[in-house]
Design a protein around this ligand. Sequence first.
Ligand SMILES: C[S@@+](CC[C@H](N)C(=O)[O-])C[C@H]1O[C@@H](n2cnc3c(N)ncnc32)[C@H](O)[C@@H]1O
Length: 670
Amino acid sequence: MAANKNKGAKSKNPPPKKKQRNHLFTEKKRPTKKDEVFDDVSDGQSEEEQLEEAEDLLDGDEQVSDFDDASDISDDDDALLADDFLQGSDDEDEDRGSGSTSGSGSDSDGTDIEEKSRAIDEQREREEEDAQAEMQLNIKEESDEFRLPTKEELEAEQQRPPDLANLQMRIKDIVRVLSNFKELRQEGNTRKDYVDQLKLDLGSYYGYNEFLIGVLVDMFPVVELMELIEAFEKPRPTCIRANTLRVNIHFSVVVFIFDLCIFRSTIAIISFKMQTRRRDLADTLSKRGVELDQLSKWSKVGLVVYNSHVPIGATPEYLAGFYYIQGASSFLPVMALAPQEKERVVDMAAAPGGKTTYVAALMKNSGLIFANEMKETRLKSLTANLHRMGVTNTIVCNYDGRELPKVLGQNSVDRVLLDAPCSGTGVITKDPSVKTSKSLDDIQKCAHLQKQLILAAIDMVDANSKTGGYIVYSTCSMMVPENEAVIDYALKKRDVKVVPCGLDFGCPGYIRFREHRFHTSLENTRRFYPHVHNMDGFFVAKLKKMSNTKKNLVSSDGSETVEQTQRPEEIHSDEDNKKELEQQKMKKQSPKGKKKSLKVKGLSGNGKVESPPTLKNRDRSENGKVELAATSKKRKRKFPSKEEISKAREEKRKAMRGKKKQPKEDKTGI
Ligand SMILES: C[S@@+](CC[C@H](N)C(=O)[O-])C[C@H]1O[C@@H](n2cnc3c(N)ncnc32)[C@H](O)[C@@H]1O
């Protein structure tokens, strides 16, 4: 019985090879099974057929059990099977032999032989009993062999440099015990004891801080957790997206047109231009020594690069904008957004432009995209990528995304993509510093900003858009507070519903996590994992705005009301913490405090004076579209004071010294 249980646990979580072999060697279950197989086989089969069938069954069993040293097992089994045969033969021989040998010796010899034979039998029986007892002991030892270290042992461990081999072994053992806790637990230890030790060991072995490993342990069953953590240790495949905005000159036809009237010949080159096609791009790149293949069935423009003899970010095709290098996960939010031609679309957090350029490609450079990026330093890469990729329908903006509804107008666009700033806990492979740098406080701050951004995103979308009315929210975070909780919050605050992302893969989002319960429609959101989908950890949600009315902003919990009632100018950066928010709230109550907070607004996060929006496009034209022209002179706007302007100018001058002075219009680049 013990052997059975033990085996079950092992087949799920195989221990190191050496152990497995011992375990299998001492296990007597297999021959029994083989015997059973023989018993079961139908009459009429030859012995050879029966044997073959039995071996087939055993082979199959090897695969199911996932034991990788099958040859050892078969040898073992054969030996045991042979023993059975031999024993059987011996018995028979003995029976028969006693009869048959009776004729070959004297009576006294016969008695001697009988006595010797009995003695041998007894000896064998004793040996068998001993062997049985030893086997039981082995099995028991094996199942109980792992015990958690004592406090003293752990303290002693901490005095020494980490013993990685020992840590790895202990992690495996704990995972094994936790996967079959009832059978393999050590008496007196709770699941929590094992989990706590696992957190410590995973933290030391893989270099995670206590907080992050704790959250991951909470999110995944242990075996899956190990797969995830291991996947984070390996790089994801490099992917490229073929840019359908760039054209390939496929062939040119030189036509000589003879102008018969004035006898002059003209050479006209008629070029048949075609879009960059994935197959053509793949051919061109493979000629350069890039080994690549189609990314997947779900993308018509994605290619995965296995190996390259040339730097993939410096080929002539790259420089000419025939492709963009981006992770597979970056395709997903844009696919979910599904922008249509001639629409007005906002990319709220756009730099360096991987998703904006894809949106522009899907829109075939028609309509209008506002590509917003708050960090000025990141505008350069954004504009450079837009130029390289041949994007011509995009205006680059430099605002805090929370201000955009005021700048671009409420209910003024067809779709918004919010690829939100996040903790980056899904891209540990790319940035291992995340393992140690992120704290609960960071996640809370991110979530706070994300909630404000998503409301701003919703407010910009026109629920009455004929073609759209959608918001796509995405993060490269694994954390529930940055994903499902943000969407759940939006559902409570605005008239939106979660709709399917239109992606036929990915795991459904959580509708319950720890003590949290989210709206069941959160199942329509999608999670992507490195160990499941071989891409960065990613989250995508698609919302449909049902009406332009806002829900009652007064919420049961005060903090959310603060977020709702705060004006964007009073929210100065994502570094805000709750204490500061409280202080702001207090200030807001006195006119003095309010003035001060507006002063902060006068200077953006990077110290630059926030010039009034260059796009005064809040006014809607007759056809319902926002006009780009500067028309709203009548609108009252608070300008910074003279002192603020000269101070900011001075700072700007310092920052720009040595650099070419940027015109004011840079804020809205292309
Ligand atoms: C996940 S990245 C965007 C990546 C981009 N969508 C792409 O595909 O290339 C998030 C961006 O948001 C910017 N950001 C941070 N806080 C912001 C805010 N309050 N408003 C707008 N953008 C912000 C960050 O500087 C960063 O560039």
